[in-house]
Every structure is written in structure tokens, then in C-alpha cells.
Design a protein around this ligand. Sequence first.
Ligand code: C2O
Ligand code: CU
Length: 464
Amino acid sequence: MRQTRRQFLGATAAFSAAAIAPHRLMAQASGFAPITARTAAVQLAPEGYAKTDIWGYDGAMPGPTIRVQQGARVQREFVNALPQASSVHWHGIRIANAMDGVSGLTQDAVAPGDTFEYDFVVPDAGTYWFHAHNRSFEQVARGLHGALIVEEPVAVDVDRDEVLVVDDWLLNPETAQLDPDFEAAHDRSHAGRSGNFIVTNGDYEFSTDVKKGDRLRLRLINAANARIFVLSLAGLEGWAMAYDGMPLAQPEKIEGDFPLAPGQRVDLFVDVTAEVGESAYVLRTLDGQNMPQATFPVTAASTGSMRGAPDALPANTIAEIGDLADARSLILNMEGGAMGQLEAAILDGERRTFRQLADANQFWAFNGVIGMTDTPLATLARGETVRLTIKNDTAFPHAIHLHGMHFREVAQDGQLGPMRDTLLSIGGQSNEIAFVADNPGKWLLHCHMLTHAASGMMTWVDVA
Ligand code: C2O
Ligand code: CU
């Protein structure tokens, strides 16, 4: 943005006029702490640029971090002060279905001026997040997301606990306002809406001082609409401790790059090895170049000695995947997009050619069907073990997210991978996941490249 810096024309808050004045909101009946989705203007672009009009929880970007103990009950009154209906999804929480926050599947979208009481228990410790789940491709891009941290019942041996929400924004470089074309056909049919302004916790030069020898717990959350962050460490040495909230049985030493797809999280324990006066970094690799994603200036040395390799975080109590030989087998064929092979698919109950689909701004099919219909991908018996083959017959990567239940990837040799809620699927490849369908209700299964979800990549499973 710096190269295209121009004089400002005094951008006005386009949405504030349309927003609902707080006094018109329904009186709070529940006594639950409110969480209000509203418009705000925040200094996102560097000093000298105008503030950016966003939609944020409590007007913040990212929204306020919600931190609770494992097993706690979360009671929040969602207040919609936006000019558009919305709902809140608690991503990765094995939640009661009615609280999952999916507009059009588990609840009606909450109209402007209305409220909804979210009331649920968090069964698992770990790093989770919450975000809008109505017109997510627009609402998440406008800033409606925040971290939900569930703390372990035991003290974890680290000096610092940092939540790092990585995100990108598609801004007009002159006005610093969001590109308002959330449904651009090119984004939808290609890799999704990718931003030109990359931030951590809303800050394009996020920095926090550390001490040499400190052990940091970094909770990385990818809240971007479509960007896969490729991250690495410099001046930090450490381990991946948990993916998508769920602890690894064995910490994994970080060597080289690691990807973080939209919706995914990773908990790292890292020791600061950079010298006093230098900086340590989480770096992102983009077009072959490493750029700081988060900077940790080393301002002092810790008085303690370096710790050894960490013990695993305490496991969450989740039903283990049973014998795969008896499992129910399902398939998800993903097709479509630019440079794909999709010739035709069903849209609104009718077969349409790819050209007709493109005219309708719909590009992706799951098993030959575009978008969510009344028919689930499968109706599952409660407690059933499911193996789902996810075949990516497209030219693009996708981040496939299952609501309500975590899964494990099944390797070629039958070995089970770590527990996750979002799978990075690479174009042309096939992955298999397995899960126990032990959470009753209607659970969405979709691409977390939110532009893709909005242009076809969405289905659901029904657990009876
Ligand atoms: Cu985080 Cu249905 O999404
Ligand atoms: Cu996708």
C-alpha cells in the first residue's frame, strides 16, 4: 500500500448511517453478557491513511478474546447492531447443535436490532474462534471474528500466552476502505477473496517484546477468507502442541515451513533463542519471500534456564475412532472452479451447464450438487464411525471444515493423523478422514475459503 499512497478524500463511514442505533435494540432479558456486532472505524492501514469501516464484535477487530476454563458454560447475548442479519458460529467447539450458529441450518439469522442467547458448555481445552455465519464471505471479511480460548485445568509451563489472529484485508489502496465486491466472480471461481493487506491481530506490523529464553505459547488462528498462510520461525525454536484445538499426543518439533489454512489453528510452544537486541519472528512466505508476520524484539534475557522438550498438553476426552473396517464409507467429490473439469451440476434442483452455473456466479460442486440443499450428504446413526474420502478434482486447494465433531486424517497405510476440524485439501489429491458421529444434529461440511462456500462448496450431515 505504501507505493500507492495518495491524498485522502475524507472517506465517510458508509455503514454507520444504516446501522441500528443501540437504544433501539431489544432490552436485555437474559442478563448474559452482551456481544454486539456493530460497525466501527478502525485504524487498520498505516498512520496517515483514513480509518477503515469494519463490522466487528464490540466494534473491535479482531473481536474481544473470550477466555474460559475447560468445562465452563459460555452465556452470551448476541446483539445484532449491523444493517444485515447475522449469527455467531463457535468454530471447533463440540457444541449442542442449536448453539452452532449456522443461519439457515441450526437457527434463523438474527435480524438487525434483534438478539440471540448463546448458551453452551465448552468440553475441550484449546484454541478456538468465533465468527459470523450468515453471508460469511462478506461478514468475516468485514471483520466479524474473534478468538475463543479454552484453558486447560492444569497450569501450563510457559512464560507467555499470545493469541495471534492472522488475517488479510482487501483494501482500496487510496481510501483504505474494504473492496465492496464480496461476490466477485473471479475470486469465487479461483482461489477465493485474498486480501492485499496482511495483519496479525489487526496490526500490519504486530510486535511484542520478549526475553531471551522465554517459552511462549503462540495460538495462531487463520481468520482469513481464503489465504493459506505459510509460516516459519526465526529466532524461535519449538513445537506444535495442538491442531485445531486438539492436543497432539506427542509434540512435533517445528522444522521449516508449515501451512495454516483458513479456519485452522495451531498452538506452538516456542523458546526465544534470538539474542538480546535482535528480534525473533514468525515469518510468512509469500512469492518466495519471507516477511514478518509477528515480530518479537528481544529486550532482555530471562533469568531462568532453557527448558527441555515439553510434555504433551492434557488430552481432551473424545470418543476414539473405532475399527475402520466396520466404518460407514462416504465420498465427497469436489469439482468445479476455473481450470476444472466440471461440465454440469445440479443447482436449485436443475441440471445446469458450467456456463449456466458461471452466469449464476456458482462454480463448485460437492458430489455434483451446488450449495446446500434440504438433503444431507448422509444421515448418520449416533455413535457411528464414518470414513469420508475427500476427492479434490479441482485446480485449487480447499480447507474443508466439519462442524460439531473433530476428525482424524487416515493415511494410505491406515495410520490415523492428529485430530482436526479443518483439512487442507490440495488440488488433484484425495484425502480420507474418519470421525465418530457422536454429536446429534445438523452439521455443516464446507470449504472455509468462504467465497468457495458461497459459490457451491457446502453440504451437511445429519446425526440422528
Ligand atoms: Cu468456521 Cu462453518 O465455519
Ligand atoms: Cu475451497
